[in-house]
Design a binder for this molecule. Structure first.
Ligand code: KIV
Length: 271
């Protein structure tokens, strides 16, 4: 008798069903094989290979410098680790803004070279043509509105977006456009919770929030932030589940000490 148990994979369709029955969607960023394996075992629904890799993996100040090649390399590691989660990969800055053909080519590279399940890109009306072209090729697209970090030099700050009526109205229009275009889900970043709730009620596709309150269809956090690897970033919306920075530092300090005093390796730890 076989003990093989087939894992039920999360698909874009699963996320729609979850919204319909009111089950919240859990999403975290992942950038490498080992972490992705743990997150998948913990039954995360969606893993986002976010362009926040530019900050937390490469040490850049913004998400702008990371390249398509680098994103593909991170995504390939994550995909190899995952049995269950849906893996969405960010199109990095400069890989889709030029025109819809460039956007399609970048999305195809991510799907072909990393074997990802879907792509995400930032923006509303300005990128709808590109989204449609990617979707025609059969590639699922997740939208991203509100604070869109690739536009940080236009915004000037990482403050809450869409507090004023005009920007809130545009965000609602954009959300409807992205749904009509065929996006399977939408990330809303750092906007008032009342507005996020309104969007989640107006559109049928799942809305996943980060700093967008509790009345949306799911939540996403940057894994390095929620695990406390990154100590310097403490926005109001962040809940820290671990203080890995301190724990890892302590472990490494103990290791250094053991090596210095020749306590490691001991008799049992050698051949
Ligand atoms: O790149 C990223 O980590 C993201 C999340 C903040 C949604 O886009």
């Amino acid at each position: 008798m076989s003990t093989y148990k087939e894992v039920k994979k999360v698909t874009t369709h699963t996320l729609h069903e979850m919204k319909q029955r009111g089950e919240k969607i859990s999403m975290l960023t992942a950038y490498d094989y080992s972490m992705a394996k743990i997150f998948d075992a913990a039954k995360i629904d969606v893993l986002l290979v976010g362009d926040s890799a530019s900050n937390v993996m490469h040490g850049h100040e913004t998400t702008l410098p990371i390249t398509l090649d680098e994103m593909i390399s991170h995504a390939a590691g994550v995909i190899r680790a995952v049995d269950r989660a849906l893996v969405v990969v960010d199109l990095p800055f400069g890989s889709y803004q030029g025109n819809s053909k460039e956007a399609l080519n970048s999305a195809i590279r991510i799907m072909k070279e990393a074997e990802a399940h879907a792509v995400k890109l930032e923006g509303g009306e300005e990128v709808v043509e590109s989204i449609k072209r990617i979707l025609i090729a059969g590639i699922p697209v997740m939208g991203h509105l509100g604070l869109t970090p690739q536009s940080i030099y236009k915004f000037g700050t990482y403050e809450v977006r869409a507090k004023e009526e005009a920007e809130a109205d545009k965000l609602i229009r954009d959300a409807k456009l992205l749904e009509e275009a065929g996006c399977f889900a939408l990330v809303l970043e750092k906007i008032p919770s009342k507005l996020a709730k309104q969007v989640a009620q107006i559109i049928q596709i799942p809305v996943i929030g980060i700093g967008a309150g509790s009345e949306v269809d799911g939540q996403v956090l940057v894994s390095h932030d929620m695990l406390g690897i990154n100590k310097d970033f403490s926005p109001k919306f962040l809940r820290r589940y671990l203080n890995l920075y301190d724990e890892i530092k302590l472990a490494v300090e103990r290791y250094v000490e053991d090596v210095k005093k020749q306590d490691f390796p001991n008799e049992k730890e050698q051949y």
